[in-house]
Design a protein around this ligand. Sequence first.
Ligand code: URA
Length: 462
Amino acid sequence: MKQAEPSEPQTSALPLHMIDILRRKRDGLALEAHEIEFVARGAGSGEIPQDQLAAWLMAAWIRGLSLDETRTLALAMRDSGEKFSSAGLGRTAVDKHSSGGVGDKTSFLVAPLAAACGVAVPMISGRALGHTGGTLDKLEAIPGYRTALPLAEFEIVLKKCGASIVGQTPALVPADRVLYALRDRTGTVENPSLICASILSKKLAAGLDALVLDVKTGSGAFLRMYEDCEFLAALMVATAEATGTRTVALLTDMNQPLGYAAGNWIELVEAVDLMRGKRPTASEDLRELSLILAGWMIFLGGQAESEQAGYARAEKALIDGSALRIFFEMVAAQGGDLRVFDDPGFHKPGATRVLESWESGYVATMDTTALGWAVQRLGAGREKAGEPVDPHAGILFHARRGAKVERGQPFATLYATTAAQLDEPEAILKQAIRFSETPPQSVPLVSRIFTSAEAEEYLARQ
Ligand code: URA
């Protein structure tokens, strides 16, 4: 990441003007803490117009934010609205957050798994962003599920179920709500500092004792270069640790969608099937990553002596049904209609197409970002902020990376809102997937782990 030049001294006694701040960032100067705080506060309160915020985001994207600027931005965004205190929960509060992926439904598993093992999971999540899906959009596929809970109700659900997954209300981290939607529309998502501040502002506003970060790497990650992912992981760990939140980051593989489903409702079904004891081979990576992440949450939450012992506890909670019970309790407590999970007729996409394999061979590479856009164009994501998403749109992959396929065998099932929306995603898929005559090299699911000490050491070397 580019580091901004040192700033010219500014006196904080003078009134601030957004135009001056964005011109200074445009010119590559480092901003002072009170200037960054002004931007975050003004974004949250609506006092800074969207055009100026968009220009500032682009300047920050191009010029970069220093470590200090990034930390200040994360904390100022956290403080832009009301905050949740986990003190009254009577349990250690731990969450996990991912830097954004395709088919990433681990939240539905790790939240109840960790809660079943004695930690509280107050999870404030986001909507679909760019090519990636959003936990809130997926949960809202359940009729009645409310993601906008007032903090008092969030606390009630947490005390009752041990886990609650909600979104930012206008009062909670309003700066991120505004900046997140603007970044989605202005091509300013893929920047380590902006991603770090966005993720941590939400996580730190939830009053967490500990945090597990899942930083995606590979063709579906926001940051394509592995070194940028390492930097993001170290930056987030060091920033969160500096606020007293025990944090660890795992670099995980996103060279293909996680599990076999990418969309909204169909992702929930895959996660719930795992909690119901089904174990399809195509969901093994999802199962394994969820247990690893939950294992870290349980360990950092003081409910296991090591992350491996946490993994073993999480696996037990998956097998004995306690995670499923907690997930259903949480859904019901937030107004969701549980009957849909037993109603095969609920999934009613407007149009369906089974795409047959157009070549024979091994599935060698997947451009997962392109696959994410295909999912979005089927109707599962949005073109413009505020648009509704189609709960039933998405893709079921019948072949995954490394699979040997014959031309003509079912490769994927596409679900769209209308038949007219099927052609473009089909074309995207055909471009995004490459076949080979020999099996591709396997990629580790977790390639690197940053603890606090490793993050500090890494950043000191930058
Ligand atoms: N998730 C977030 O919450 N924010 C980002 O910027 C990227 C992923």
